[in-house]
Design a protein around this ligand. Structure first.
Ligand code: FE
Ligand code: CA
Length: 513
């Protein structure tokens, strides 16, 4: 279908009070269409009867000259989205100011039904380390104005990066009060380390899921929509760029590669992973190619000037099955699997090449599961893949990789540790900062506190915390403040800093701040 901009029915005032004249919409769309040329498969300019930006706006994966802008058209978000089965043209705008008047640029994107009417716009030509504002239009409707920030340029000798790490936001377990407080922080970005959704049933927590356990693409979409319509999460996405990786619950609990629980691999689970990965792609501001069947490559590197190189890791898609039937603490014959891998060969080689190439003062691994050795073992964590962990530590040691910081989620506990090879703790390799759940609650906090806190190199662990970690990264030290909301069972709780730790440049490990 050809775009017919002259036929657009445009309301002069969006539901959010943003003025948009018909003339301006036409100018923006025509300019953008002309700039992008032909053959892009532009969508229909049909009118959408209900407000379609119910899932908000988001941005992510900032580079020094570009950033991904995201939205998904979903006038009926909890029931499949409510869009007709046809591509729709979306106009994006980016500007220097919140009023969208200075330095305004625009373009068109197409929201395809095959991607749930999501759009991922990679806006080029931006200036480094700078805030921008953006929004989207479709005929008759305008999105809220989002805010985003580009990364510093490599070689710019940038001095500071502030961000939060988040993980584990079970909707049924608690309210997203942590995001309300995060939105008050002075941050450059948010890094989400997985368990963005949970796949389980209605539950018996503080607020219900919107269905039973999810398996199909429409079911996963509706589940993401439930999470993303939470106003606190939506606001965090609106005002900060996000960098995300996944853990297990974006698909199912403790899956490994194509194995749901134990072998054999089934077609049912391959199909389920494909549905889950598709929904993940559709709902997050990722700088990656769309999924191909059950595969979605999300490991990637982001550089924040020459201060910090962030290796965003995927610890789920390529890992070998957990040893010992994944029974925590039940060591079995054959452990560890000599072929055990957490990252897979390709990602591991990519990581080593990247660490070798260097770039940032700080080398950061943004990943999901607890890294430094603790009692257990919990076969789902790096303790279940000790040979794979040794390969990383061997590489760090032999190649002189400095200022290693591992960012972790998953465990529903806050924590801070120096990274060691084994319980002898003869040497520190780096720092590990562990984000508690935004809302997920730990079922065995005393067990975690005892088994993880037993070692002196684990400076802090609290299985009763929900919140996030606030990171303030400079050129001499990296400070991590563990931020804890007082309860997630009722909305509106206060937040406190429960502990603070520092990693010093050139000194592996951490110390209390
Ligand atoms: Fe979790
Ligand atoms: Ca998990």
């Amino acid at each position: 279908m050809r775009p017919r901009f002259s036929d657009l029915a445009i309301s002069p005032r969006s539901p959010l009070g943003v003025e948009l004249t018909r003339r301006r919409f036409l100018q923006a769309s025509l300019t953008a269409a002309a700039g992008l040329g032909t053959g892009l498969g532009l969508g229909c300019d049909l009118s959408i009867p209900e407000y379609p930006f119910t899932l908000g706006v988001a941005s992510g994966d900032p580079l020094s000259d570009r950033v991904i802008l995201w939205t998904r058209l979903a006038p009926d978000p909890l029931n499949g989205g409510g869009m007709p089965d046809t591509p729709v043209t979306v106009i994006w705008e980016i500007a220097d100011d919140e009023a969208m008047s200075q330095g305004l640029r625009s373009g068109v994107a197409v929201a395809h039904p095959s991607l749930g009417h999501s759009v991922h716009v990679d806006v080029p030509g931006l200036l480094p380390e700078r805030w921008y504002h953006y929004r989207f239009h479709v005929p008759g409707w305008t999105s809220p104005v989002g805010r985003t920030k580009t990364a510093a340029a490599v070689g710019s000798n940038n001095q500071r990066l502030r961000f939060a790490t988040a993980s584990c936001q079970s909707y049924t377990s608690g309210f997203y009060t942590a995001y309300h407080h995060m939105a008050q922080e002075d941050l450059d970005l948010v890094v989400h380390l997985g368990d963005y959704i949970y796949e389980g049933g209605v539950g018996s927590g503080v607020r219900p899921h919107n269905s039973g356990t999810v398996f199909t693409l429409p079911e996963y979409r509706n589940r993401y929509a439930l999470y993303k319509t939470d106003p606190n999460l939506m606001e965090a996405h609106r005002i900060f760029p996000f960098v995300t990786t996944w853990d297990d619950h974006e698909v199912r609990n403790n899956y490994a590669g194509l194995v749901a629980t134990e072998p054999p691999i089934t077609q049912d689970f391959i199909d389920r992973r494909a549905a889950a990965y598709a929904a993940y792609y559709e709902h997050l501001p990722l700088r990656v190619l769309p999924p191909k069947g059950p595969d979605l490559e999300i490991f990637r590197r982001l550089d924040f000037g020459d201060l910090l190189s962030m290796f965003v890791l995927d610890t789920r898609q390529y890992r070998t099955n957990q040893d010992c039937n994944d029974n925590i603490g039940q060591l079995c014959a054959g452990f560890p699997n000599p072929d055990g891998t957490m990252l897979g060969d390709v990602q591991e080689a990519w990581l080593f090449d990247g660490l070798d190439a260097g770039g940032g003062l700080w080398n950061t691994l943004a990943q999901s599961v607890w890294f430094t050795p603790v009692l257990g073992p919990n076969f789902d964590q790096w303790d279940g893949y000790p040979l794979a962990r040794d390969r990383i530590l061997d590489f760090v040691e032999s190649r002189g990789v400095e200022n290693l910081v591992v960012l972790t989620g998953d465990i529903h506990a806050s924590g801070a540790a120096s990274i060691v090879r084994d319980f002898n703790a003869e040497k520190f390799f780096g720092a590990e900062f562990v984000a508690p759940g935004i809302s997920s609650v730990n079922g065995s906090p005393d067990l975690i506190n005892g088994a993880f806190g037993f070692f002196s190199y684990v400076e802090y662990v609290n299985g009763r915390s929900q919140g996030y970690v606030r990171h303030d990264v400079g050129r001499t030290e990296w400070r991590a403040d563990l931020r804890r909301v007082l309860t997630v069972r009722t909305p509106g709780a206060d937040i406190e800093t429960e502990a603070s730790f520092v990693a010093d440049v050139g000194v592996p490990g951490i110390r209390p701040a």
